[in-house]
Write a protein that binds this ligand. Structure first.
Ligand SMILES: Nc1ncnc2c1ncn2[C@@H]1O[C@H](COP(=O)(O)OP(=O)(O)O)[C@@H](O)[C@H]1O
Ligand SMILES: [Mg+2]
Length: 338
């Protein structure tokens, strides 16, 4: 039986650009799928097709057991969506925006107001609740947009790069909100450019590049393909390499590699920062002086490099290209203004 979100052979082209080139997805009910990929990979296009906002060229799509192409209205009623394109009304206040969403979902006025207040608090927007959204900063708008998507808890949610543009505190807050939502049984498809985020929130990850799913698995499986998490130590004295290597062996999940000339030792680990602290303590106890030590986690770039042989960054350059003239223009204007 297909999951709560299902796509088979999804294709969408824009002129010459094949934004989606035969994507298959299957998200079991009550789980989170992280769609991970760099700018231009096709993430937003996939979300828009699945949420009835865009008609695919071909493919079979179902959401909450409904055929997306044949039953778009029913699909819209059973999903929540947040993303760059979701509707925040500029001329309404934050509170009015949220109350309006509640009313659209047939909530009673009092319940809609209570829910709006709760969300304004949760999303750190209480102080700005009675200002029009027009006056909000980018980050505030983003939070209002996310709050609007959460007024009711639909069985299936889509979030397109929910934390892009949020500061670390609000990112953390949103992660908590998402976890609550999912523990309530919601199925979620979340797109992101950050492995760390998919790692934190997603049961399963599909890595997309050029409109294709190039890898899928749990975060641990993907990381394992890139070498996983590791501790790197640079010892001060060459004579200490051997004993340091022994210490690391006790913590490692695999073989320690040693680079004699840089006095650098690397060992694969699991256990993160807590383990790193233990390693430092142990090295210290044995009187091994260290020049440098760190926990190295695979990043999206590492995953990409190992999967495709190129960095995710190469593509942002393409996108960056259209912003360059603008930036240059602004710089020139700034110079001229002096
Ligand atoms: N409306 C559109 N018209 C033309 N090209 C588009 C349109 N939307 C997206 N694309 C192109 O499709 C590709 C995938 O875009 P998108 O789905 O927005 O990627 P992502 O969300 O992963 O950054 C990109 O090459 C983008 O330029
Ligand atoms: Mg996008």
């Amino acid at each position: 039986m297909p999951g709560a979100i299902y796509a088979e052979g999804l294709v969408k082209t824009f002129g010459d650009v094949k934004a989606l080139d035969g994507v298959d997805l299957d998200v079991p009910e009550g789980t989170v799928l992280g769609l991970l990929g760099p700018n231009g990979a096709g993430k937003t296009t996939a979300v828009r097709c699945l949420t009835t906002l865009l008609r695919p060229d071909s493919g079979k799509l179902t959401v909450a057991g409904l055929d997306v192409l044949k039953q778009p209205n029913e699909v819209r009623r059973s999903i929540g969506l947040s993303g760059q394109f979701a509707a925040v009304d500029e001329y309404l206040t934050g509170r009015e925006n949220l109350q309006m969403v509640g009313q659209l979902y047939q909530m009673k006025a009092r319940a809609a107001k209570a829910r709006a207040d709760e969300l304004l608090d949760q999303f750190n927007l209480a102080d700005a609740a009675d200002r029009t959204a027009k006056t909000y900063s980018g980050g505030m708008r983003r939070r209002l947009d996310l709050a609007a998507a959460l007024v009711v808890s639909p069985p299936v949610m889509f979030m397109d790069e929910p934390t892009t543009g949020l500061d670390p505190r609000n990112r953390q807050m949103l992660w908590e909100v998402i976890k609550q939502l999912v523990s309530g049984g919601t199925t979620l498809l979340l797109t992101t450019q950050y492995l760390e985020e998919a790692d934190h929130l997603a049961h399963d990850i599909a890595v997309v590049d050029h409109g294709k799913v190039i890898a899928r698995g749990t975060s641990d499986q993907l990381k394992a393909r890139t070498g996983g998490e590791r501790v790197e130590v640079v010892v001060h004295e060459r004579d200490h390499i051997e004993i340091a290597s022994e210490v690391l062996r006790g913590f490692g999940k695999g073989d320690t590699t040693v680079e004699e000339h840089t006095r650098k030792l690397t060992v694969p680990v699991t256990g993160g920062a807590k383990l790193l602290a233990e390693v430092i303590r142990d090295l210290d106890t044995r009187g091994i002086e260290i020049d440098d030590i760190g926990l190295r986690r695979p990043t999206l770039d590492d995953v990409f490099l190992s999967l495709t042989g190129h960095l995710a960054e190469e593509k942002t350059e393409e996108n960056g290209a259209d912003t360059t003239p603008d930036t240059k223009d602004r710089k020139q204007k700034k110079e001229a203004a002096k």
